[in-house]
Design a protein around this ligand. Structure first.
Ligand SMILES: Cc1cc2nc3c(=O)[nH]c(=O)nc-3n(C[C@H](O)[C@H](O)[C@H](O)COP(=O)(O)OP(=O)(O)OC[C@H]3O[C@@H](n4cnc5c(N)ncnc54)[C@H](O)[C@@H]3O)c2cc1C
Length: 518
């Protein structure tokens, strides 16, 4: 088995992983940067609305909005870090160094927009393709940095720990200590080991464990499942945010319809043309996401309609084409001209507010294992995330985590061992079974652990998933590893973690909404 040695193994090349890689590499560390696909194949590339850049003299107002959106559950220390340190992280990397092409006013000032749950305009954007503008600039910079090696198409399988992977008794290695990961090599298709002094989970969220989602394929919570298997602590996984507005069309692809449209005056209406959000919340269509998603769900269930509509009548056609070119074009390809017609929308799984528990420097309870971006959870989002906080969290978390690693990487107190070779069976798994099992996970989660949950539904989900986990485990032991098999194994595990967290929490808060059975 091939073994690579490095200082920092970064699993995931979205905004969080890429930004961490840049910081670490600039301090002279060697970085291996893994991704399932190419540099732009990450949810970060799909972010539309923008990134918070709040330089106002009243940062308390942002802190309040985050706390309110979180249903009072956010960690005040994490909010404080984001509010105080976020603007500098954006300025240093995105504005001063990379000069990302954010939209500007005629006088050259950054154009500010607003999204749901924000009491002020404080979000900067690049049309409705903000994530692409940011990640492209960051990825180009990564590619120009000599001590970062990209491992594209390489899939992390499992983390290496001193207790699990040295062949010596587990109790000799307390506390739990990580030293890299087994990886399915994108080039050879064979497992290899990357032995690292620091391992950073930056694998994004879990939207693809649900049937309807805004997330890219492959986003099944790889990092959560890997962390769980080595004994890392996970928190708040019941808080899965459902985005209220995803394009709905029979046989048409689903894609996100940014909240910024509502920030600019679009309103939600039901099939009878009624603005139903006015009766639900004082902010109407701009209420926090959990409230809007549930209101749409309620509207759809009570009317029997397959979707509701986003009415853009308040926005001028030229403005729509200029400000939202991506959404205009995508809707047009699906037969809807949004300068004249309302957009049919439904809610879909979007963001995991919970994740691998970390402190404010990305540290987990496993030594030398960090988690950042959507994979990590400092408690910043509590029970529900405020729009456009996640790209900012990726940047800020990456910076602080890298700084902490740079400061202590020289003082590692154990010699990195050689992990045992991976024993790989030669039989291929049946692709039809893998696809079928993955769709069963996604349907189970959507129907029984989705926007509205109950104990009976969650119990049923757990039963189905436990049985599936056994079956998948036998594929996993008997068959040759493939990306699809790794994905299925992690999807089932992540789904079980979400269901378990949801079952343990009977209180409806933020995006976890529980009804009584009867
Ligand atoms: C459609 C959409 C619109 C959004 N709009 C906004 C917005 O306007 N503003 C905002 O702040 N947030 C927005 N978000 C949320 C935000 O984009 C994400 O939370 C954020 O980009 C996550 O970044 P990340 O670096 O943590 O993960 P990602 O960008 O998801 O990257 C994950 C990386 O991990 C890799 N990976 C995963 N598993 C493995 C494995 N086993 N082995 C190797 N590599 C692996 C993937 O290939 C990828 O490179 C949006 C999200 C979506 C889906």
């Amino acid at each position: 088995m091939n073994i690579i040695h490095t200082d920092c193994l970064v699993i995931g090349a979205g905004l969080a992983g890429s930004a961490y890689a840049l910081h670490a590499a600039r301090a002279g560390l060697d970085v291996q940067l893994l991704s399932l696909g190419g540099p732009s194949e990450a949810n970060s590339d799909w972010a539309q609305g923008g990134i918070i850049f709040d330089t106002s003299a009243r940062p308390d107002s942002l802190a309040r909005d985050i706390m309110t959106a979180s249903d009072g559950m956010a960690n005040p220390a994490a909010i404080d870090q984001l509010v105080k340190e976020g603007p500098l992280a954006v300025r240093e990397l995105l504005l001063d160094e990379l000069d990302v092409a954010f939209d500007r006013e005629p006088d050259g000032e950054l154009e500010l927009t607003r999204e749901g749950g924000h009491s002020e305009r404080r979000i900067i954007h690049a049309k409705d393709l903000t994530g692409r503008a940011i990640l492209t600039s960051v990825a180009n910079c990564v590619d120009a940095t000599s001590n970062i090696t990209r491992q594209m198409g390489s899939v992390a399988i499992d983390l290496l720990t001193l207790s699990h992977n040295t062949g010596r008794p587990a109790d000799r290695f307390e506390p739990l200590t990580c030293f890299g990961a087994y990886v399915l090599d994108g080039k050879s298709g064979e497992p290899l080991a990357i032995v690292a002094r620091k391992t950073i989970l930056a694998t994004g969220g879990l939207g693809q464990i649900f049937q309807h989602t805004t997330n890219r394929q492959g986003t099944v919570g790889h990092g959560y499942a890997m962390a769980y298997r080595v004994g890392a602590r996970l928190i708040d996984l019941e808080y899965v945010q459902f985005h209220p507005t995803v394009f709905y069309g029979l046989n048409a692809p689903h894609f996100l319809i940014t909240e910024a449209l509502r920030g600019e005056g679009a309103v939600l209406k039901n099939g009878r043309g009624e603005n139903f959000m006015n009766d639900v919340h004082e902010l109407g269509s701009l209420a926090p996401r959990d409230i809007v998603s549930r209101a749409i769900h309620h509207e759809m269930v009570s009317s029997g309609d397959a979707c509701v509509y986003l009415d853009l009548a308040a926005l001028k056609p030229d403005y729509i084409r200029e400000r939202f070119p991506y959404i205009y074009q995508r809707c047009k390809e699906s037969g809807v001209d949004i300068t004249t017609d309302p957009i049919p929308v439904v809610p879909a799984a979007h963001y995991s507010c919970g994740g691998v528990h970390t402190d404010l420097n990305g540290r987990t309870n496993v030594r030398h294992l960090n988690a950042i971006g959507e994979t990590g959870c400092t408690g910043l989002h509590g029970a529900n995330r405020l729009a456009s906080t996640s790209l900012l969290e990726c940047l800020t978390g990456a910076k602080f985590t890298a700084q902490a690693d740079i400061a202590d990487i020289g003082a590692l107190e154990f010699r990195l061992p050689e992990p045992p070779a991976w024993e790989s069976p030669q039989r291929d798994a049946d692709p039809t079974l893998i696809q079928q099992d993955l769709s069963l996970v996604r349907q189970t989660m959507w129907n029984y652990a989705g926007i509205v949950r109950s104990d009976r539904r969650l119990t049923r989900a757990r039963r189905i998933l436990l049985e599936l986990r056994e079956e998948v485990q036998s594929f996993y032991s008997d068959c040759r590893l493939s990306r699809d098999l790794i994905e299925l194994r992690n999807a089932v595990q992540t789904a079980l973690l979400v269901v378990h967290a949801a079952k343990l929490n009977p209180d409806s808060k933020g995006c976890h909404f529980v009804v009584d059975d009867d």
